[in-house]
Design a protein around this ligand. Structure first.
Ligand code: LLP
Length: 443
């Protein structure tokens, strides 16, 4: 039986007289005012989660200067960057485009770190010119480029080295990043990470402040994070042995899992951070080095649960299956262009009818989009009320991360608007694309 699940919808969501209400605004009102498909972000929920990770990090390590870098790739726009800035945390960007949003939002650039396995000369130059806090270097070519460009600009750039700790992250292959055979980082096992340390130390325009490791995304098993921390701290100890000084900072990346379907539970920052702190403190004590200043980079765990997608049902179709059963295809007005995750990673989602309650029998359904592709499936199997008809609204929770940010214009669909809701008020933060926008690129 499919129904509203408070553990999956954003914190200020509820059912009021049979209708979905998000932070005091009815889904029907949002759909009427802004159209569908629509991404609806629960603003207070976003800020609370950002602060929650920051507080959990600092209290677990007993410090006040731990750094949470919100991973912009999960979803960013100028308004989100302003919320991140207000909460006092940092921002992880991985392209010139994400950096441009931070700059346009007036984000304090010293709290920004730049990632990416193939940063262009232009991206590196802009980052250094605007005074970016940290560049996380990912290849030998890049060490040369950052060193040269910083020298040209007369600056000393703080850098971290992204290392590959060689651990299995227990998530989908495409979002697993810490095993050896991967494009990211310098391998610890092969000695590449050590060579990178030596290269950077030779440059007078680079200031090596620490190491960085990110093992993957949507991870629930804490062993992966712990195993990576152990490997990385061993490199910090080796550094102290070789050079007699300690690297002061360590970035342990993001990847914390959230709930998408009933039965799943979003990781609690307090629990995750205290487990991680225990491992880091134990390993540093054993190696006789000070606990470095720790940073983390959650994206999904901050924005994912805060957002709900609203769709309008356009058609339904009953299809007979080989086993004699029937499947009802419920087609909505978006699809793989606003949520590629089911097609790309086999991701699963929940959907509920958002505009009314129904006591009708629930039947076997498949929620699909409007793209010209059979793989355009949002939910492969779900029980929905038999009386679902065109015009009904479907709400899909937990779409804040890697939904709008991975949206495309496939089939020339226009990308949905993003609305922020708070205390009974809704406001547009990213407008819906129009067909004029699509045509505007053509010469
Ligand atoms: N830091 C680094 C260096 C990363 O590469 C990522 C994500 C993060 C932090 C944030 O990870 P999070 O806390 O959001 O899990 N499109 C995929 C996820 C790709 C993640 C890429 N890197 C998905 O939809 O599941």
């Amino acid at each position: 039986m499919t129904s509203f699940d408070a553990a999956i919808f954003s914190t200020h969501s509820s059912i009021k007289s049979g209708e979905l209400d998000i932070a005091g605004v009815l889904a029907t009102q949002l759909a009427a005012d802004y159209g569908t498909p629509l991404f609806v972000v629960d603003e207070s929920d976003f800020k609370a989660r950002a602060k929650g990770w920051n507080n959990a990090l600092n209290s677990a390590f007993g410090v006040s200067d731990g750094m949470v870098y919100y991973a912009a790739k999960s979803f960013v726009c100028k308004e989100i960057a302003r919320w991140v800035s207000e909460t006092g945390i940092g921002l992880d960007v991985c392209t010139g485009g994400e950096m441009a949003v931070a700059i346009a939002a007036g984000f304090p650039m010293d709290r920004v770190e730049l990632h990416g396995n193939n940063k262009s000369e232009k991206e590196i130059r802009t980052a250094i010119e605007v005074g970016i806090g940290t560049i996380v270097v990912d290849s030998f070519h890049e060490i040369e480029r950052v060193s040269r460009i910083a020298a040209e600009l007369g600056k000393v750039q703080k850098v971290y080295i992204r290392v590959t700790p060689g651990v299995e992250a227990h998530t989908h292959e495409f979002i697993s990043t810490a095993h050896e055979d991967v494009k990211f980082g310098f391998s610890i096992a092969s000695g590449a990470a050590w060579t990178a340390i030596q290269e950077i130390r030779k440059s007078s325009s680079l200031n090596l402040a620490g190491l960085h490791s990110h093992i993957g995304s949507q991870i629930f098993a804490s062993e992966g994070f712990a195993a990576a921390a152990v490997k990385v701290i061993a490199v910090l100890a080796k550094y102290r042995d070789a050079f007699g000084s300690e690297l002061p900072e360590l970035d342990l990346g993001g990847g914390y899992g959230i709930a998408y379907i009933p039965g799943e539970i979003t990781l609690d920052p307090t629990v995750v951070m205290s487990e991680l702190a225990a491992v880091v403190k134990r390993e540093c004590a054993a190696a006789k080095i000070a606990v470095p200043k720790i940073s983390i980079e959650p994206g999904r765990a901050i924005v994912g649960p805060t957002t709900t997608t609203l769709y309008t049902v356009g058609t339904t179709k009953d299809v007979a299956l080989d086993n004699g059963a029937t499947r009802r295809y419920v087609a909505v007005d978006g699809g793989m262009s606003d949520n590629i995750r089911p097609a790309l990673y086999g991701a699963e989602y929940l959907a509920i009818i958002a505009n009314r309650s129904s006591t009708a029998t629930q039947i076997n359904c498949r929620v699909v989009g409007k793209h010209c592709e059979s793989g355009d499936i949002i939910i492969r199997e779900i029980q929905l009320a038999q009386d679902l008809v065109p015009g009904d609204l479907l709400a899909i929770p937990a779409t804040g991360a890697y939904g709008r940010s991975m949206a495309s214009n496939y089939n020339h669909l226009t990308r949905p608007a993003v609305i922020a809701v708070k205390d009974g008020k809704a406001r547009l933060i990213v407008r819906r694309e129009t067909e004029t926008d699509l045509l505007a690129l053509e010469l």
